[in-house]
Design a protein around this ligand. Structure first.
Ligand code: UDP
Length: 365
């Protein structure tokens, strides 16, 4: 008999949800993580009394009532609503594209005026069969919005010209003909008071967690401890890249403490001009109205990925998706192994989807 029912590799959100639910069902779980902290990429810590999102800002939002109720067992959420501002060469626009944006761009005051301008610009492009991201965006929103708010940001983020990016990346770009600046359409939204690390810690209460523990470096020993293994890391790394590496985009974060109490007046400011090397500046205190004489800001620089860098965004093109399939089939050959989560699934999941997927996995088991 093994000591544990499940060895869970990765103490991020997916692993923590799974560990919590399985423990509740009487299973014995061991969670390991190679980092020196729990919570994966939603990890936050305190700096100058301010909660800092160390791996990029995370804003919880969902329309799934079950997920919302589930996550509220572990944290109380504040009423933060994401209203990012886009900065294009010093001029500011509200996101998502709405009447505030159209007013700043064209002075359009009524929805009729704004609609007429968008439709006229879209018609002018006359694109019926878009062949790439640029053509797709132009056919949806017209040239002004595309060039001011989409082109530079997207090209920085993906490190590729928009004419070289596949059209399928943007299926739709919602235009709102009202003054609603709430970025997300979700029914529920907020940031856990006390931070995500505390929330994940509450999920993992009473469960054995080993940090600084690199599963792949101690695989034989760790595998022998449990009946089954849930692996939430990069699937290609698990198999020593035997079919080649899956590709990602990475990010570099540059965080600064500033000797002033308010830097930009908003949590998220996007920089949509290609000449600014970062995509956004996060001012962390605004996520929970935290009071401090200082402020902490993080600039987010998109970066090429290699096997030594953090994989943030999977590049879901046909080459990578086919490669993933091969790795997944290989994983399925081992009845003791389960792969899941953002890295295990090679999919960009929002947090609510991550929870949904982990709860679904528990049900199937
Ligand atoms: N995007 C854009 N301009 C912006 C913000 C986003 O064109 O100011 C596009 C861009 O193509 C990006 C995608 O929307 O890749 C998703 O960006 P978002 O910031 O919503 O996603 P996140 O990186 O926060 O998951």
């Amino acid at each position: 008999m093994n000591k544990y029912d499940y060895l869970i590799v990765g103490a991020g959100l997916y692993g923590a949800v799974f560990a919590h639910e399985m423990t509740k069902r009487g299973k014995k779980c061991l969670v390991v993580d190679k980092r020196d902290h729990i919570a994966g990429n939603i990890y936050c810590d305190k700096c100058e009394g301010i909660t800092v999102h160390r791996y990029g800002a995370h804003i919880f939002h969902t329309s799934n009532k079950r997920v919302w109720e589930w996550v509220n067992q572990f944290a109380e959420f504040n009423r933060y609503t994401n209203c990012p501002i886009a900065n294009y060469r010093g001029k500011l626009y509200h996101l998502p594209f709405n009447m505030d944006t159209f007013y700043a761009m064209w002075g359009a005051v009524t929805p009729q005026q704004a609609r007429a301008i968008v439709y006229e610009q879209v018609a002018h492009e006359n694109i019926t069969d878009p062949q790439n991201l640029e053509e797709k965006a132009l056919s949806l929103v017209g040239r002004d919005i595309y060039e001011t708010l989409i082109k530079g940001y997207t090209e920085k983020q993906w490190g590729t010209k928009a004419t070289q990016l596949p059209a399928f990346i943007i299926q739709r770009l919602p235009l709102r003909f009202n003054y609603d600046n709430n970025y997300f359409d979700s029914k529920y939204q907020g940031i856990p008071i006390g931070g995500y690390t505390q929330m994940v810690s509450n999920m993992l209460q009473g469960i054995e967690v080993r940090l600084n523990c690199d599963y792949l470096a101690h695989r034989k020993y760790l595998d022998a401890l449990a009946d089954k293994v849930l692996y939430t890391g990069e699937i290609d790394r698990l198999f020593d890249y035997c079919y080649g590496a899956l590709e990602y985009r990475s990010l570099n974060f540059k965080t600064e403490v500033l000797d002033q109490d308010n830097y930009q007046g908003v949590a998220v400011m996007n920089f949509t001009d290609i000449d600014v090397p970062y995509t956004r500046i996060i001012e962390h205190k605004h996520f929970d109205n935290e009071q401090s004489a200082k402020t902490v800001i993080t600039r987010e620089y998109p970066a090429d990925w290699d096997v030594d860098k953090e994989p943030y965004y999977p590049i879901n093109n046909s080459r990578n998706d086919q490669l993933y399939r091969k790795y997944y089939d290989l994983a399925c050959q081992n009845p003791r192994l389960i792969v899941g989560g953002r890295l295990g699934s090679y999919k960009y999941f929002d947090m609510d989807k991550t929870i949904e997927e982990a709860l679904a996995l528990v049900s199937t088991l």
